[in-house]
Design a protein around this ligand. Sequence first.
Ligand code: F6P
Length: 358
Amino acid sequence: MLRIGLLTSGGDCQALNATMRGIVKTIIRQSKGPVEIYGFLDGYHGLIHSKFLQMTWADFSNIHTQGGTILGTSRTPFKLLDTPEADGVNKVAAMKQTYYKLQIDCLFMLGGNGSTKTANRLREEGLNVIALPKTIDNDTWGTDITFGFTSAIDVATTFIDEIKTTASSHGRVFVIEIMGHRVGWIPLHAGVAGGADVILLPEIPYEMKNVIEAIERREAAGGRFAIVAVAEGAISKKEAALPKKEYKKIVAERKYSVAYDIANEIAERTGREVRVGVPGHTQRGGAPDAQDRIFAVQCGVEAARGCLEGTYGFMVAKVNNKMCRVPLKEVAGKLKYVDPKSDLVREAKFMGISFGDE
Ligand code: F6P
């Protein structure tokens, strides 16, 4: 008998179900004996409070087109892992208790950075854990790509495309806020795909005078409208030079978000009509695109193979187009940032897209 547990943790994304299907189908197809499947509800919460479903092959059949997660998810901040729950429950001890009570052989955890830190902690506590790199943000260290990322790029790109027609009719500047608080993978890719004139990322601090110049350049060249793609975590050079604490205070005191501040400043300094568009959580919504589904299968199969071989404590990854396994202890606590000197940034700059830095 092989007993596996599955959970989805943190912000959801489009290919969670497709990935779980990949794991379960492979395990059932390749396992020598019977398999018991436990699906923990709402992320680590289900493991802590022993809330789970006993599931079968049928639960995972044909779910690869379905967005969200059939198990539900929640955020269990890593920094609060050793803080007892409101009812006094010790989270780590409770997770171990559920795991041992159900005699789980392997726990599959589909999650991003914080969730992977928790998975690593469970590994240190002696549990057999395999992590799968979920997040629209694509900021997981150790893998070139995460599932959810390409679908989110598509949503954000379509949003820019659709704004352009109205922006053009009215001759307006649109500031479009794209997800990414600490990293700018989605705004970079959607900005390039959507033909933004300016892209502002957390990794490349901007100066407003450069942003204004780019907008004016476009106007002088005959462009009726302009698109400024702004990451949630876009940061000015001045802000980047501040001590972290002071910058955090600015962010906390913002009435709305950085996109609105940038839009107001553009309006003041150019006299143009400026509007803000926010695709928000639609970037995590809807069905996964074909690329995410394919990667979901690859992740599911690699994770299942590890389990069947009795190898644990790793995250599945894709590096240089090859599936591989990265030790959880190497992944935990690191982020993968956009390299300001990367090819895509260079190419975008070369064709005239401004990142506000020069
Ligand atoms: O981690 C994915 C993500 O969508 C980020 O891009 C975004 O900054 C954040 O989650 C939003 O979090 P929440 O769903 O808690 O509002």
